[in-house]
Design a protein around this ligand. Structure first.
Ligand code: ADP
Length: 466
């Protein structure tokens, strides 16, 4: 089975969120299931520096305003196609934002170019290799099925995976021509969304199958509360729409201990690193983008409960200026709170390893990865009951404890009083070391790798080509 993954980010080359982890991990995970997955990625400066030396496989004279080339790279044993288009990608900043923190004004063209190149590969093949399926990630890959149609490609299927419905790839209607999109599909049954082009909607409507990254998020996306305007469009594809849980890379997230006691020196080191004193309560960690989605304003409200029971909080994140300031203020006022603003993979590992609990109070969470890291390291997740958080944590309710299966805490509704109750319960559990250690062992034993989901993707790909 030959699959081309079309993605705007991919670890270890470029990452702003969980999408990059998934795109990076799937090729290796699927290899054991009879699927050869190759990847096409834009040639941002970091990608060119690491993978830009390979042979030129295809030249495109004019790709939305300039010449482009497809180069061959190799990433962890899988083939990578780098779309080198300096007029679109050769600039500093993140994949989506300029140095001023605003979306690149030509984002519609930048990702339409990725989609166009992927459709060309599907149409013509590349170096003698032609995919049977395109695996499209988020709105950045959403226009691909439209270009496939335009190029008359009928024998290549497509799967769109939605990692976060909040990002919909909207563009003004006057770009129809510039993006080389067929005007006859610009209507509410096609890729028009209230007068604008929606790349995400294009993917939902025209891909053969649609998936998202957890079963609960798949259900939630069909509701007005979570669907963010796409619930009706998704309902129209309900028969072709499923949720497949993300896994994590077990080699990258490998605890250096196998018993709960192994955490003790790591916790001590983490406290020292954050300048936190020894304490009677659990050391809680947060590793997150600081945005409204992540519900961390609720944590600021609930913080007194944690501090009152001797608990501590170490936060690593960056994002919203107001939230950064609020956490800075909390760290200044409370000796039990410490903060690092920034993005730091190594520190994230040390926090997951040394923390006792990881807090993920998201308002919505398609899958979430940090709670999975937490489970793997026996860092008990305290999560809101939504999306993938609902699917991956077993709540320490009276029943969960009695059955001996609990791995963390879930709270609902997603508000500060419910989070406060969960933190109070966390502290009560901390006072019962036997029970806590049982939960740590349960958490560490939970399978959070890619095995099961890789099989599910492989099965889905097979049904698509039958
Ligand atoms: P999202 O994709 O919505 O940001 P996920 O939980 O799915 O949320 O994935 C976030 C990923 O980014 C995780 O791998 C997490 O460890 C990582 N991450 C987020 N913020 C930081 C940070 N400040 N430093 C290091 N890693 C971070």
């Amino acid at each position: 089975m030959k699959v081309l993954s079309v993605t705007s980010e991919c670890v270890p080359l470029v990452k702003t969120g969980g999408l990059a982890d998934v795109a990076g991990a799937l090729p290796a995970a699927l290899a054991g299931h009879g699927v050869e997955m190759r990847t096409i990625l834009p040639g941002y400066p970091a990608v060119m520096a690491a993978q830009g030396q390979g042979p030129v496989l295809r030249e495109i004279a004019d790709l939305f305003g300039g010449p482009a080339r497809i180069l061959r790279g190799m990433l962890d044993g899988t083939v990578l196609y780098v779309l080198d288009a300096p007029h679109l990608y050769g600039r500093d900043g993140t994949p989506y934002l300029g140095p001023d923190g605003k979306d690149w004004p030509d984002n519609p063209q930048r990702f339409a170019a990725l989609d166009r190149a992927a459709a060309l590969i599907a149409a013509e093949g590349i170096e003698g290799w032609r995919p049977q399926i395109l695996h499209l990630h988020d709105w950045q890959a959403g226009l691909t099925p439209v270009y496939l149609r335009q190029l008359g490609v009928r024998d290549v299927r497509s799967l769109l995976t939605i990692h976060n419905i909040a990002f919909q790839g909207l563009a003004p209607a006057h770009l129809l021509g510039a993006l080389q999109l067929p005007a006859h599909l610009f209507n509410p049954q096609g890729f028009e969304y209230w007068g604008r082009i929606s790349a995400l909607k294009a993917g939902i409507v025209f891909a053969d199958k649609v998936s998202t990254v957890s079963p609960t998020y798949a259900e939630e996306l069909l509701t007005p509360e979570f669907g963010m305007g796409m619930q009706g469009v998704l309902a129209g594809r309900a028969g072709d729409f499923t949720g497949i849980l993300n896994g994590i890379d077990l080699d990258v997230w490998q605890p250096p201990f196998d018993k709960p006691a192994g955490k003790v020196p790591l916790r001590r080191a983490l406290r020292a690193e954050f300048g936190l004193p020894e304490a009677a309560g659990p050391l809680c960690v947060v590793i997150s983008r600081l945005t409204g989605q992540k519900g961390l304003d609720l944590l600021l409200e609930a913080l007194p409960v944690l501090l009152d029971c001797g608990g501590q909080l170490a936060v690593l994140g960056s994002g919203d200026a107001g939230l950064e300031a609020a956490f800075r203020d909390a760290a200044a006022r409370h000796p039990g709170v410490a903060l690092r603003i920034g993005y730091d993979e190594d520190l994230a590992h040390r926090m997951i390893a040394g923390g006792d609990a990881i807090l993920v109070p998201s308002r919505f969470e398609p899958c979430g990865l940090t709670q999975l890291y937490g489970l793997r390291f026996g860092t008990l997740p305290v999560v809101s009951l939504t999306g993938g958080l609902a699917d991956t944590v077993i709540n320490a309710s009276a029943a969960g404890v009695a059955a001996g299966v609990a791995t963390g805490l879930q709270f609902h509704p997603v508000d500060a009083p419910a989070l406060s109750r969960a933190l109070r319960r966390l502290c009560a559990l901390w006072q019962q070391p036997k029970l806590w250690q049982r939960m740590v062992r349960n958490a560490m034993a939970q399978p959070v790798g890619w095995d099961a989901s890789a099989q599910t993707y492989a099965d889905l790909f097979r049904t698509m080509t039958d």
